[in-house]
Design a protein around this ligand. Structure first.
Ligand code: HEM
Ligand code: HEM
Length: 248
């Protein structure tokens, strides 16, 4: 037996497989696109942040930044669609319902929130996504959808009507709904700050539970494995409790 095998065999902690590498990769593609969208969006909203040299037509900074914004926007859409597709596939054990605001998820999330805030009650351990994390991802996904809807509405002003005429009902409806393109643009901008706040809470929570309760969530979104004590595996609160499907 090698030294490494001895260590693992004698340990009470086990590596538990929770995510495929592709689903991990999708998370980081999403992160890269959102960070790029926020940075380029801030520039589009206030171009004095980066002036360049010479006249605007010589430097072309805005055109380049807008191109990067649209490129990141398409990347975000593709990453979201692929993750959504995976939520219905066996690779994620059809995890779509773990993100949905069902009564059961909301109740479990509130209990968990109470535990994190007060330290009272049960600390339910989940093998996969915990309901609080699931609901926060649901709220973030709704914000993405809003940004995508308002973003494409703004983009439609440059769309070629010959190709896109059949789709123009959508930006027209959005324009009517928000009383004009100015409001759509303003909301597209303001909701970015809402998203930024959600991202800060998301990252804070992941670091907090990793340090305080050793939930190893961060490792799981990078490498696809969590580390659990063998006693916790049998006590998991989700429907996968007691599965001995782990790597020793
Ligand atoms: C996380 C997602 C996104 C964030 C944070 C974001 C942020 C921003 C911000 C801050 C602006 C500047 C608004 C202003 O003028 O004050 C902007 C502009 C814009 N965004 Fe986004 N955006 C996102 C997604 C998208 C998507 C998915 C599209 C779809 C194509 C899009 C298309 C546009 C367009 C067309 C403009 C206006 C550009 C112009 O006026 O030349 N955005 N975005
Ligand atoms: C712009 C920044 C970010 C956005 C928009 C974002 C968004 C998301 C989304 C949509 C999910 C659900 C996807 C899935 O389960 O496959 C997720 C999960 C997750 N994210 Fe992020 N994320 C961001 C940054 C980060 C960072 C910096 C960390 C690490 C500290 C992180 C840690 C995690 C973890 C651990 C999960 C898995 C949830 C769990 O197992 O409970 N995220 N994130």
């Amino acid at each position: 037996m090698t030294e490494k095998e001895t260590v693992v065999a004698e340990s009470d902690y086990h590596l538990v497989y929770v995510r495929t590498p592709f689903v991990c990769l999708l998370h980081w593609v999403l992160v890269a696109s959102v960070v790029t969208l926020a940075l380029t969006g801030l520039y589009i909203g206030d171009p004095s942040l980066l002036a360049g040299k010479g006249e605007a037509w010589q430097t072309f900074v805005m055109a380049k930044v807008r191109f990067i914004h649209f490129f990141a926007a398409i990347t975000l859409c593709i990453a979201m669609l692929l993750r959504l597709y995976h939520s219905f596939s066996p690779t994620t054990r059809h995890d779509i319902m773990e993100f949905m605001p069902t009564m059961a998820n909301i109740t479990a999330a509130l209990k968990l929130m109470k535990f994190y805030i007060t330290g009272e009650g049960d600390h339910a351990q989940y093998r996969y996504l915990n309901p609080l994390g699931g609901l926060s991802v649901f709220v973030m996904a709704c914000t993405f959808v809003f940004e995508i809807a308002t973003g494409f509405t703004l983009y439609s002003q440059q769309a070629n009507p010959v190709f896109w005429g059949w789709m123009l009902w959508f930006p027209h409806t959005m324009e009517w709904l928000f009383r004009g393109m100015n409001n759509v643009r303003l909301l597209h901008h303001l909701v970015m700050y809402v998203l930024m706040a959600q991202v800060v809470i998301h990252i804070y929570m992941k670091i907090y539970v990793d340090i305080m309760y050793r939930e190893s969530d961060i490792a799981s979104i990078i490498a696809g494995y969590k580390v659990f004590h063998k006693d916790d595996i049998v006590r998991h609160t989700d429907r996968f409790a007691g599965r001995t499907w782990y790597h020793t």
